[in-house]
Design a protein around this ligand. Structure first.
Ligand code: SF4
Length: 217
């Protein structure tokens, strides 16, 4: 049987977040998400999309010519063939990032060489923190990255406690991004420096370059 995926969009841009920020990257945005974060900026990915075969998706991504590819959503792990897609792109010689919202088991992605998991842990202001699967933290390996979107001082305090409690900074890179509409990078930077927290600030540089509402960049 031919594997298919519902794909919202495939485009090339500059990676805006993570330790790969600034690197040219092909983005494969899969359709569908099991969460509804208050700050979601990709609501169009909840339903919009077309069915493509795994081969078609891989070919479109590799034909962009970038060495880095990100499978994102929505929530990519809602579609089981996303695992085979990650493996295929890795075998094609690409560095593969899979961005996941942290509510679903990341185990199927582990053990695929060349695949990095960028996993959210949803903060309280997202409205979705009850959906975090904390068992995933034990599944992380050093190449992975954990992302916290910080919308308030309460979010920051919560995230710092989670990092310390689960020793996330000892397992892999921890990222903090200010929520675009409620916190400035300057304020978040001040808190991080004050606490000497071992995290990396993310500033979504694609939005700085192309503007906050530009889609497909
Ligand atoms: S997990 Fe991502 S795509 Fe899903 S609702 Fe939250 S921000 Fe939007």
């Amino acid at each position: 049987m031919v594997s298919t995926l519902k794909v919202c969009e495939i485009f090339t841009s500059i990676q805006g977040e993570s330790s790969y920020a600034g690197v040219p990257c092909a983005f494969i945005r899969l359709t569908g998400c099991n969460l509804r974060c208050t700050y979601c900026d990709t609501k169009y990915a909840y339903d919009e999309g077309v069915e493509l075969t795994l081969d078609e998706v891989a070919q479109k991504a590799t034909s962009t010519g970038t060495k880095l590819v990100e499978i994102t959503g929505g929530e990519p792990l809602m579609q089981q063939p996303s695992i085979a897609l990650a493996e295929r792109l890795s075998l094609d010689g690409l560095t593969v990032l899979v961005e996941t919202n942290g509510s679903l088991d990341i185990s199927p992605l582990k053990g695929i060489p060349g695949v990095t998991v960028i996993m959210d842990l949803k903060t309280p202001s997202s409205g979705m923190s009850a959906h975090n699967d904390y068992a995933n933290i034990a599944r992380l390996t050093p190449e992975d990255e954990v992302k916290f979107v910080i919308g308030s001082r309460d979010d920051y305090t919560w995230a710092a406690q989670i990092i310390r409690r689960y020793e996330i900074d000892k397992k892999c890179l921890a990222l903090m991004s200010p929520a675009e509409t409620s916190l400035t990078p300057k304020v978040l930077t001040g808190w991080i420096l004050e606490d000497k927290l071992d995290v990396r600030l993310n500033v979504q540089i694609h939005k700085y370059i192309f503007g906050p509402n530009q889609r497909g960049v």
